[in-house]
Design a protein around this ligand. Structure first.
Ligand code: NAP
Length: 239
């Protein structure tokens, strides 16, 4: 049975991925910063008959929390096959005034530094897998090419916080894929698309279930699948 760890798995897209992969006979670690929410999410799945789930407390902004979570997984002795770096925040944007630098730092701390922190902690466990997969959940808002196109439908969503944090995450994906080339890893950055979750007050046009499907596609790539790429449900996304 493949094991999968999903950050931010208690709600939104991460929760849908957890539901689907636990139904697909994977062992799923729901990694959540709020232990109570994580426990409740795991119990909900168990009530649906999924015994192959466990919750682990993990705040991507807290090094000790990340290390403790990696130790919990290590203590089960089986390594890890798939890491899905899903946890992310949009940040607060005050009206008619610049976004404070501290808020930009908070967004980067979660969306960029958090992913590096989690990935480094879990790499030794992923290296025990014969087919390790890493999916960094990004956004097309982090595409320099799309954001430079004045005709792009989402081009009005510009901010100094969220889109640059996802652009940095995309570059990290390229760097990480190069670092892991020569090992059986597949590392990709995947946009779920504009999805109706609390993240955007449920204004997104896609369902969390459809968003989960695109992430799962890249979390379960076969040996001939791509690595170091930027994808969405329509295929490749320009950097
Ligand atoms: P969401 O419903 O707001 O869920 C975000 C999840 O991330 C929650 O479980 C949240 O936990 C968790 N999280 C936030 N900060 C964390 C931290 N420091 N440590 C651990 N977990 C943390 O958002 P979503 O729509 O599912 O978004 C999931 C991912 O998709 C994000 O990376 C987002 O950038 C990306 N994305 C979303 C859309 C969209 O339209 N929704 C589009 C493109 C990309 P709490 O419950 O404790 O807050």
């Amino acid at each position: 049975m493949k094991s999968v760890l999903i950050t931010g798995a208690n709600r939104g897209i991460g929760w849908e991925v957890a539901k689907k992969l636990s139904a697909a006979d994977c062992f799923v670690y729901l990694a959540c910063r709020d232990g109570g929410a994580g426990k409740q999410a795991a119990e909900t799945l168990r009530k649906e008959g999924r015994t192959n789930v466990s919750h682990v407390v993990l705040d991507v902004t807290d090094q000790q929390s990340v290390e403790r979570a990696a130790q919990v997984v290590a203590d089960r002795g089986a390594g890890l096959d798939v890491l899905i770096n899903n946890a992310g925040i949009l940040g607060r944007h005050p009206e008619n005034e610049p976004i404070p630098v501290e808020e930009i730092e908070r967004v980067f701390e979660t969306n960029y530094f958090g992913v590096i922190r989690v990935t480094r902690a879990f790499l030794p466990l992923l290296r025990k897998s014969t087919a390790p997969r890493i999916v960094n959940v990004t956004s097309e808002l982090g595409s320099l090419t799309l954001q430079s196109d004045p005709e792009w439908v989402y081009g009005r969503f510009k901010s100094e916080a969220y889109p640059p944090s996802k652009a940095a995450l995309n570059m990290y994906t390229v760097v990480l894929a190069a670092e892991l080339a020569g090992e059986p890893f597949k590392v990709n950055t995947v946009s779920p698309g504009y999805t109706a979750t609390a993240f955007n007050n449920y204004r997104g046009t896609k369902s969390p279930s459809d968003a989960a499907d695109v992430i799962i596609r890249y979390a379960t790539l076969g040996p001939d699948g791509p690595t170091g790429g930027f994808f969405a449900d329509q295929g490749g996304v320009p950097w």
